[in-house]
Design a protein around this ligand. Structure first.
Ligand code: FE2
Length: 384
């Protein structure tokens, strides 16, 4: 018996030594601005996490120690599987290289902490990951928009396949990327792992939440993965001639609807955004932008409570502020309302099986919408 117990103990120790921590999701970029960038990645076991960055100066990543930015809050490094780090003080319009790490915490008792192995993104067999900060002085911006993917990875891959990612500054996800925000596996398996493989490691993705991301057991944890350092998940960002405003339209039915089981307070939430919106449209960043583009999952037409709320609460402020276009989603059909039809500016609802591509310089916004077969569904320009 004693021998069996000893053998089992040895096998257990051997098995624990065999485990090597892995980065299982990400890394991906969030909330890249002119001077900061957020990195998110997830390991398969509890770990400490950090990012190293290096200038894009042609040196080998290993030439010197690179500065480390830890996933840390209130002076304590986070022992977690989900890691996020926001690096501030970056230079606008500048290329950087980066590497993320996860150092496994195998035991933590009182003051005592034991570590296992460390995983990191590859800078030896592969080029280090790269990103570029935004710059309001850039002459133009190109972006691709997708929405209502509802966990259909092949659809995401097909639609993204109709874009030249090497010529795309940013990708906008405008909601309902999954049907229910139930678990990490569902979110990453449903779209985010594919997004990381395709672009999100190096090309910033800006997420406008849809109503389906508000549903499910993990809906409350949305901000652990997306916009983790933003004050809200509605926000503003500026690249070149465009100031983007991402609004969160919440759910589509009244808060009292039995489908929400007493969990939602979206009327209040939209009121809160109204106060924020009134302030940000006065900002220099917004006012000085030649083009002002709003993303909002639920469009201001369709006859449901959510549509009416967007129409009543957001549209008057956006009209007053001189917005050029609203890009919406939710309806699972392509709709292009011209200026004057539903608001003083055009409103485009991208479908669940179309991809919207745009290039904007100081004078013209050129938009093309393509279907699953890569054929043009719509093409238009907005000129200043
Ligand atoms: Fe939706």
């Amino acid at each position: 018996m004693k021998r069996i117990v000893t053998l089992l103990a040895v096998l257990l120790i051997a098995a624990s030594n065999l485990h090597a921590v892995k980065i299982i999701h990400g890394p991906y970029l969030q909330n890249v601005t002119a001077t900061e960038a957020t990195f998110v990645w997830i390991s398969d076991s509890v770990s400490l996490g950090w990012v190293e960055i290096a200038p894009d100066d042609g040196t080998h990543f290993y030439v010197t120690e690179r500065p480390q930015y830890f996933d840390c809050a209130n002076g304590i490094k986070n022992e977690s599987r989900i890691h996020s780090v926001c690096i501030r003080g970056l230079d606008p319009g500048t290329n950087y290289r980066y590497r993320v790490y996860a150092k496994e915490v195998t035991e933590h008792r009182g003051n005592y902490v034991a570590y296992g192995q460390t995983a990191a993104t590859d800078v030896y067999r592969k080029q280090p990951l790269k990103f570029r900060t935004l710059d309001s002085r850039a002459g133009s911006v190109s972006f691709t928009m997708l929405n209502d993917i509802h966990g259909d990875v092949p659809k995401l891959q097909t639609l993204i396949g109709h874009t030249d990612l090497s010529k795309t500054d940013m990708v906008l996800f405008v909601g309902d990327m999954v049907s229910v925000f139930e678990s990490e596996e569902q979110v990453f398996g449903g779209f985010m792992d594919a997004a990381v493989d395709l672009f999100a490691k190096e090309t910033p993705m800006y997420y406008t939440r849809g109503n389906h991301e508000t549903r499910g057991r993990s809906a409350w944890a949305f901000q652990n993965y997306f916009s983790p350092f933003s004050e809200h998940i509605y926000y503003m960002y500026r690249q070149g001639p465009v100031c983007f405003v991402a609004l969160d339209s919440g759910e589509d039915k009244p808060d009292s609807d039995l489908e929400y089981y007493g969990l939602t307070m979206y009327d209040n939430y939209r009121d809160e955004q109204v106060e924020w919106l009134k302030q940000i449209v006065k900002s220099e960043e917004f006012r000085s932008a030649p083009f002002k583009i709003v993303t909002c999952h639920i469009p201001p037409f369709g006859g449901w409570h959510g549509n009416d709320e967007v129409a009543k609460k957001f549209i008057p402020i956006l009209e007053e502020a001189g917005v050029d276009i609203m890009l919406s989603a939710h309806l699972h059909k392509y709709v292009h309302k011209k200026a004057g039809e539903s608001a003083s500016f055009p409103i485009v609802v991208n479908s669940n099986d179309t991809v919207l591509k745009a290039v904007v310089d100081g004078k013209t916004m050129k938009v093309e919408v393509l279907g699953m077969d890569g054929k043009t569904v719509d093409k238009f320009e907005i000129k200043k």
